[in-house]
Design a protein around this ligand. Sequence first.
Ligand SMILES: [Zn+2]
Length: 285
Amino acid sequence: MKWMGRRESSNVDDRRGMSGGAIAGGGGIAGIVIYLLYTFLSGGSVDTSEITRQVQPGASQTLTAEQQAADEQRAKFVKVVLADTEDVWNKLFSENGSKYKEPTLVLFRDAVQSACGTASAASGPFYCPGDNQLYIDLSFNEDMQNKLNAPGDFAMAYVVAHEVGHHIQNLMGTSEKVQRLRQQLSEGEYNKYSVKLELQADFYAGVWAHHAQNMQNILDPGDIDEALNAANAIGDDRLQKQATGYVVPDGFTHGTSAQRMYWFKKGFETGDIKQGDTFNDPSLN
Ligand SMILES: [Zn+2]
């Protein structure tokens, strides 16, 4: 994807330097005491950057300079993707006579608090309808490459666009409708609706790619294949087979690899938001 030097979204809440949970926080304080004691006893000078690191466990404690630089690149990349989704969805909403409410992206490391509860990096990227925020631990990018066999920058762009897709569903009232059904349906029946929601988010990711390409010419050769490969790699069937120890990224059920690829592609080829009605699609009933 052509992203270098392009606009980065400012709707970003960067919590990578913050403690995610009580355990990490406790360790950090103990760390400072030990470090200060050590400095005091050894007569060495106090390195404030070390203290800052101890105060903010998880900030850069475990990352080498090289890893940190890579992390920064990834952060820049997702900010550009988010900016692209803003451009596209602002345009599509205003064409429909409504106004797009831009979501906030929370970048975190290890663990994070959201209106949907506490999440760890292991739960993968997710969207919380309760606070209109997307949550991404950038280490997921590495895992896609190394554990899920879904490499390429556009694979990550697809993931961001999919989470934004859930935001679109939230704005359109679709998530709420499905949530209401949850009380009335058995778990098996509800799962079907959960799949429809996920596939529609894939469809919206495709719609985004279609318009982002038309508006900004963002695609490199092979990008769409990277997204399709990622959709293929993180389908429920593949995930279960692989048993990577990964919790399935947001939601419970996402649809098969073939279904995910189909809906992303349909969105990308049509660019027409009206064609993403997974709820009334005969193949999904
Ligand atoms: Zn999802």
